[in-house]
Design a protein around this ligand. Structure first.
Ligand code: ZN
Ligand code: ZN
Length: 420
């Protein structure tokens, strides 16, 4: 049920217009949901609700923002624009003038307002629920509504989160941080809130714990897809418009015998140019690294020695096995719509199936506990599902076919393009 107060017809956010939701609109960021997970689950009839969305509503593939990491994409989705506009292009960056490492979601302000906060300020009832708490701080940025994480469900307060007793509402305790249940709790909390209070806009952001551990055909992955689908069925049964998009895909980055397929670029550059002349930054790194081995398909290289020529270093890196692209800062910013002040001198994208690390000693692969490395970050994880429970107008259908759809278009399509 949407709220009944007087409200504007539409709102502009970061240069795009969004119609006021005519019915409750729920957008799900299905973290790490590579299209292959839907394909595998569909073959086993495990996702009937998602299949119905594809049949009766709208289904397409869309491109995620680069690099294909969680934070840049979640922030892009809630802002409706790429990282060049909002400034979040990874978990942390190296300040080129001070040499300091700066966390991007909790230590620096976002440069753009979110769609969620803008609608809440205009009087809409807005809810944002994330799996991990760190992301909630970014997505709940200046949000006058309900914003909390499954990770901290037990400690929500009205003052901080706009809600309390979330575990009572959902009917179970705070889930484990590294569990499939962390995502299911987000969906269950969303369902309970729809049942108990009027909501205009809801954003539900899951965790990619399962996808990092299990390939699409694994029974654990299929079971997870089935659980998620049952909750999507309940969200749709509430009458809400439901949109699903992913922040990135997921690929296997292990060799045939199971060991991680890693290019330790920091070690290679030290050997070629001398220790201390370059610095490799892996912007996927954060304190929650257990399931990443802190590695993915994208790194930034800073040249610390003045005599190094960026073009020469880029062509050397390009010659290495497993490297798809070595771009200058300007090339990376233009091609991937990235904020210039947070790039290194070079941006490196791995080929599908390869992870790029800094130096071997910087990464603890024992965290994988013998499992194959699965991760994301490069172009091979850019294609994601884009689904809506309701059909869009033929005119919008034609317009959407002109340029590639982006995952951060999901709010615009859900609010502006539905057949009424
Ligand atoms: Zn993610
Ligand atoms: Zn991940």
């Amino acid at each position: 049920m949407a709220s009944e107060i007087a409200h504007p017809l539409s709102l502009a956010v970061n240069g795009r217009d969004y119609f006021w939701p005519s019915q409750t609109t729920v957008i799900i960021c299905f973290d790490g949901c590579d299209p292959a997970y839907l394909d595998a689950a569909r073959k086993r009839n495990a996702i009937p609700a998602i299949d119905r969305m594809a049949r009766d509503g709208f289904a397409s593939l869309a491109l995620a923002a680069m690099p294909t990491f969680t934070n840049p994409n979640n922030v892009s989705i809630v802002c409706g624009v790429p990282p060049a506009v909002h400034g979040v292009s990874g978990n942390f960056y190296l300040d080129r003038t001070t040499g300091e490492e700066i966390m991007m979601v909790d230590a620096t302000p976002m440069r753009a307002p979110t769609i969620l906060a803008t609608f809440a300020n205009a009087g809409a009832k807005v809810v944002a629920i994330t799996a991990k708490d760190k992301l909630c701080k970014a997505l709940g940025h200046q949000l006058d509504g309900v914003a909390f994480s499954a990770e901290k469900a037990h400690s929500c307060t009205i003052a901080e989160n706009g809600i309390e007793d979330v575990t009572g509402l959902v009917g179970r305790e705070t889930p484990e941080l590294y569990s499939a249940d962390l995502s299911l709790f987000v969906l269950d909390a969303g369902i309970r809130l729809l049942e108990t209070q009027p909501t205009d806009l809801m954003y539900l952001s899951l965790s990619d714990y399962v996808q990092h551990k299990h390939a699409p055909n694994a029974s654990e992955a299929i079971a997870f897809m089935r659980e998620v689908d049952q909750r999507i069925e309940r969200l749709m049964a509430s009458g809400a418009v439901v949109g699903i998009v992913a922040d990135h895909g997921m690929n296997d980055m292990a060799a045939d015998h199971g060991e991680p397929n890693v290019l330790y670029l920091g070690d290679v550059l030290d050997a070629k140019y001398g220790p201390g002349t370059t610095r490799v930054i892996c912007p996927i790194t954060d304190p929650f690294v257990r399931h990443h081995g802190a590695m993915g398909g994208f790194v930034r290289v800073h040249l610390l020695a003045p005599h190094l020529d960026p073009d020469a270093v880029a062509s050397f890196i390009r010659s290495l096995p497993g490297v798809a692209l070595a771009l200058s800062r300007d090339q990376a910013c233009e091609r991937f719509e990235l904020p210039e002040d947070r790039e290194g001198d070079l941006a490196i994208v791995a080929e599908k199936g390869t992870a790029i690390g800094a130096r071997a000693e910087d990464h603890d692969l024992s965290q994988l506990a013998g499992e194959r490395l699965r991760s994301h970050g490069g172009l091979a994880e850019q294609e994601v599902p884009f689904l809506l429970s309701h059909p869009i107008t033929p005119q919008h259908q034609a317009e959407l076919g002109v340029a590639p759809l982006r995952n951060f278009d999901i709010f615009a399509v859900a609010l502006n393009c539905l057949r009424t």
